[in-house]
Design a binder for this molecule. Sequence first.
Ligand SMILES: [Mg+2]
Length: 432
Amino acid sequence: MCSTLKITDVIVRDIRFPTSKDNIGTDAVHIDCDYSATYVSILTEDQNLNGFGLTFTIGKGNDLCCKSVEYFKSFIINRTIDEIEKNILSLWYQITDHSQLRWVGPHKGVVHLATAAFFNAIWDIISKYHHKPLWKYILDLHPEELINKLSFSYIDDVISADDALNIIEEKKKNLPNNLDELDSTLFPAYTTAAGWLGYSDEKMKILVNESLKKGWSHFKMKVGQDIERDIHRCNLIRDIIGNEKKLMVDSNQIWSVQESIDYINELKKFNILFYEEPTSTDDILGFRKIKDAHPDVNLATGEMIQNKIIFKQFIQNKSLDFCQIDSCRLASLNEIIPVLLISSKFDIPVVPHAGGVGLCEYVQHINIVNKFLCTNNNFFLCEYADSCWEHFENPSQIINGCYVTPLQSGYSVKIKDTSLNKFDFNTGEYWN
Ligand SMILES: [Mg+2]
């Protein structure tokens, strides 16, 4: 391996897929999603070794993320991959605590989404450089080496680097000697793709029936625009899937705390596994009030929790029951793995957010890292929605409602050139 291999350029593209045409992704607050990616390519002196990373947005604003990534480029151009791998944490701090950019964050919003795209591309190139799928690269790292790549800033009152090291070292004792044995691991998933809010009853029935035939056992449905319609749709889906299969609902933050308490009361009879994002994603105490009003229900949240500090508070305050990290909202693995470790410490199951563009491709790696390196909880589940998979060179694979372990080296989000060229918002033929 050539230790002097240098980064020569970083290219950012604003890619938008016109998914709003088909009502894909519609929920109580997002009614016209054009699934989009801030798509970062890291080029090196070796034309066969490039890194690709993205963050997920839903249309307008994707250009803002692209612009933010432009500010990060100079931090890696002309540096070697070895150097970046060794110093990834100080690089992460240089960007997340940038003395000027932090004013438009810090650790949240557009710059943080952009940071995710940038570091997702960096983790991709590093794992490709070692010829390993990302999950395997992480599992192969010596525990101390891994800890030195993770940020514990502002969370070390709850989990220190030493605590984290202990968790990982304990988990490592139970890893198979030969990690190739994990290649055939299947990871349980649930589908969101049948229950978008913009779908008619007929369309939802057809999709739920199709999903049952494909082996799905866990279904999530969007709710929140009208409680009578929510009840009608819950009835409809329970009629098809029966009482044994699992049903979850997601209202995407539309309810107030009191509305959440009232509407959960109405929906309880449908035996809901969890209520996702009932109210504002920032309302740690509000979530707790809902839980206190309904000690018998589970709350899930995380896809819009902006950073590890808010996760720390949600988990420590017992305001959530399922931790739904997002691979593109937290600033990549440097921040995600510490959240997995806090969840492990408090024995909270992690059920990653997925769907969109590339999220399924990302979480398939994170699930394995969590299962084999972080959690001792025995509840395993991850979201899946079959949106935009056709644009990826190696899309995630599902068998019988489970993710199949990815085996190609890297972090799995290389988009096909034909899709990039067609759907580039600035130059693509679709938009121009
Ligand atoms: Mg959701």
